[in-house]
Ligand binder design. Structure first.
Ligand code: FNR
Length: 394
């Protein structure tokens, strides 16, 4: 990543919309590799608990269904944009490979292994920020490899907010992408030694990137959540899809802080909202919701779907299966993992009595801990959530 990949490649602060002042690729390239190492290190240190553990389903002992009847397919609806009509995508599996990397030799190998696994399992896949390749064509191969390995798959390009609007069509063209992720990452930028310090025109920048995109835009956070107000803003500017990208998984505050000599931004630890908190906080007028951040298992996938996501993004857990260097066995390991996740997602649907993702919305949810406190203070109807099955039957 990052949003202002332009700013991070230069010494000049590049606010949104500012022309990138590109002073060589080495800082950015090194950061791509560092991000992979630091993200994988975090997986070793992870305590295991996150807010997905703060959501329980009420078990209904006699309401289960046959796994053979379960349909894992999901539809992702989007509103019309300046350059495309309203429509919807159909994905066979309710989870996808979220945006991570590309642009260096190592990350090209990782993207190749991720793309092979996505092709073999039918998963949609996003790449990491392509800005490095837009500024330096030599880095383009690290992204184009995704389309080469998966000519017919659903592929998402990725750029950071603050990039010029003309980057939207260029990013899409680079991968022949079906969608464009635009990431917003103010917390990461704040902690990043070379990060942006001016976030004042990000909403305008998102609007301009979305208007210039030939394919639907998905605005995503990178691990700090999207609030009710953020989702409303996105609706107002016509963004049809948002990935709430919440706290609790790969932690980019920690990653950037580890790149500082004094770790000054450790003070922000725990900042932001989890994916579940963001989903439950979402307004009625929200874009179509995707969720990511801290998804460790198929059970977490199902929890996010039951809380309102149409599909769920997974980054760190899939990267860990590929490994640091994208060795050739990486795709095989990830294919086995995804196949297992698909089977166990199906099993959990059956246990919960849901044939489809929409039927998960009739499950009863009990919240605990920090997730419950957040939702209570935000006026979420906790007892309504706990009795959804009865409201549905009534
Ligand atoms: C990321 N992520 C990310 N997101 C993005 O929009 N553009 C990017 O370039 C990157 N780069 C990146 C590198 C690496 C190594 C990782 C692991 C992740 C963020 C990612 O899409 C996701 O939002 C977070 O990682 C949280 O999800 P997980 O990892 O907890 O599943």
């Amino acid at each position: 990543m990052t949003s202002n990949d332009a700013s991070t490649a230069s010494t000049a602060p590049a606010g949104p919309g500012a022309a990138p002042v590109f002073a060589g690729d080495s800082t950015r390239a090194a950061r791509k590799d560092e991000h992979v190492d630091l993200a994988l290190d975090q997986r070793r240190d992870a305590s295991g608990h996150n807010e997905f553990d703060d959501l329980d389903f009420v078990h209904q002992a006699l309401d289960g269904v046959d796994t053979d009847r379960v349909d894992l397919g999901v539809s992702i609806a989007f509103a019309a944009g300046a350059q495309y009509a309203a429509g919807e995508w159909h994905w066979e599996t309710p989870f996808y490979v979220n945006g991570m990397t590309g642009g260096t030799e190592r990350t090209t190998r990782i993207n190749r292994e991720l793309a092979i696994a996505a092709r073999e399992t039918g998963l949609p896949m996003a790449c990491g920020s392509v800005s490095v390749a837009l500024d330096d064509p030599a880095a383009a191969r690290g992204f184009a490899v995704i389309r080469d390995e998966n000519p017919d798959g659903f592929v998402m390009a990725n750029v950071g907010v603050g990039r010029p609007a003309s980057d939207a069509p260029r990013a899409v063209e680079l991968l022949g992408a079906n969608a464009l992720q635009v990431h917003v990452n103010a917390v990461q930028e704040t902690a990043m030694p070379e990060g942006s310090r001016d976030f004042s025109s990000w909403l305008t920048s998102v609007e301009q990137l979305a208007a210039a995109s030939p394919v639907p835009v998905i605005v995503k956070e990178v691990g700090f959540g999207l609030s009710r107000s953020a989702l409303r803003h996105l609706s107002e500017i016509g963004v049809g899809i948002a990935d709430v990208g919440g706290r609790g998984g790969t932690d980019f505050l920690k990653i950037e802080n580890a790149r500082r000599s004094a770790g000054e931004y450790a003070m922000l630890a725990g900042f932001g909202q989890s994916a579940l908190a963001s989903l439950l906080d979402a307004p009625r007028s929200a874009p179509t919701l995707l969720a990511s951040g801290g998804v460790r298992s198929p059970f977490d996938v199902v929890k996010a779907l039951a809380a309102g996501a149409q599909a769920v993004g997974v980054a760190g857990a899939f990267l860990a299966a590929i490994g640091h260097d994208g060795d050739p066995g990486g795709a095989e390991r990830l294919i086995a993992l995804i196949t297992d996740w698909q089977a166990r997602t199906r099993a959990v649907y059956a246990l919960l009595g849901a044939v489809t993702r929409d039927e998960l919305l009739h499950t009863d949810l009990i919240l605990r801990g920090r997730l419950r406190e957040f939702c209570a203070d935000r006026g979420v109807d906790l007892s309504g959530l706990a009795q959804r099955s009865e409201a549905h039957r009534a």
